[in-house]
Design a protein around this ligand. Structure first.
Ligand SMILES: [Zn+2]
Length: 334
């Protein structure tokens, strides 16, 4: 089977392999799942498979010009497009450029493949332009949409693509990825930190790489915890500092909200069970204990609900600025 190099997502592997082996590879796919789950890695493997002119038994040959160029990330028949530097949307011009480019046949490969990264950021105009391409694509073309919020896609697009859902990885898969990366980087896995790794990764493969750079991670966690503490103590500048951590239009909200929830969970448990509590953030044990005593169990529960509600609203595509602002005010006034 293809996809041997990738850990987890067995259902996705089976579906894509079956489609390939049955000769029913379509023209358009939508890979749906959270940021960092591995959609792009799967897109590249799948593309490599369908592009290779000499594949057999569901595997690419690995030695033809197409395969060699893919391994070097220099195959001109494989293109990844997205928002572009400094932009927050995938514009209609971007899709029109794709429309102009798609008419020329692939040079080295059996197929010409376009990956649209952060497809949920396509403007409505861009999606309508894409729709025209999806209605009548050239026989050699394939479009792979990487999407982390399917509700942002027009129904007309959704009905013309094969949807592949990615699910969160298990803790064992997260650990396997961690060990694999450690071997590649010639470093020793830190067994004591694997619980923290699993709770931080929260089923998302991409966070393992970030975790390896644990100095940055520890700094970020510390910054979030200090801001959270400031908010709960109603310090004047805490709200502004937290807004800065969240990034422009809440770009870092996934990590920040997850970290806030993880700490609030710990504060909640510590306030109820004291020193016996088993924490997700044991390296902050003392500070969590103090905060737990300061704010108490019920306020911690309420705060956890507030952050969770904000997270759900953002997933439903609520306006980030207002949603985050409202959450921070509620936390401060809780
Ligand atoms: Zn090949």
């Amino acid at each position: 089977m293809a996809f041997e190099r990738l850990i987890g997502q067995n259902r996705v592997k089976e579906t894509l392999s079956e489609l390939f082996l049955s000769g029913r590879v379509g023209h358009a796919y939508l890979f749906n799942g959270p940021e960092g789950i591995g959609k792009k890695s799967f897109a590249k493997e799948f593309a490599g498979l369908v592009m290779c002119p000499s594949s057999s038994d569901g595997k690419r040959c690995g030695v033809c010009e197409c395969c060699v160029l893919m391994d070097n990330s220099t195959n001109p028949d494989y293109k990844v497009i997205g928002c572009g530097e400094g932009k927050n949307t995938v514009s209609v011009e971007t899709v029109r450029n794709l429309q102009d480019d798609i008419v020329t046949a692939p040079v080295f490969s059996a197929k010409k493949i376009y990956v649209i990264d952060t497809a949920e950021k396509m403007t409505e105009q861009a999606q309508n332009a894409l729709l025209k391409i999806l209605e009548e694509p050239p026989s050699y073309a394939m479009i792979l949409l990487m999407c982390n919020n399917i509700l942002s896609m027009l129904g007309t697009i959704r009905s013309r693509v094969i949807r592949i859902d990615f699910s969160r990885n298990t803790n064992d898969e997260i650990k396997e990825k961690y060990e694999q990366l450690c071997i590649m980087q010639n470093r020793k896995p830190d067994v004591e930190k694997t619980e923290l790794l699993c709770s931080y990764a929260d089923g998302i493969m991409g966070r393992v790489t970030e975790f390896l750079d644990s100095d940055t991670l520890d700094e970020k966690r510390k910054a979030v915890f200090n801001c959270l503490k400031g908010l709960l103590k109603r310090e004047i500048d805490a709200k502004l500092r937290m807004t800065e951590i969240m990034g422009n239009k809440g770009t870092n909200y996934e990590f920040t909200l997850f970290t806030m929830m993880s700490f609030l969970r710990d504060v909640m448990i510590a306030s109820r069970f004291g020193r016996k509590a088993i924490l997700q953030n044991p390296d902050f044990k003392e500070e969590i204990g103090v905060l737990g005593r300061d704010i108490g169990y019920y306020r911690a529960v309420r705060c956890l609900e507030i952050v969770d509600e904000c997270y759900k609203n953002l997933r439903r595509n609520a306006a980030p600025d207002i949603t985050i602002d409202s959450m921070l005010i509620q936390l401060r006034e809780s």
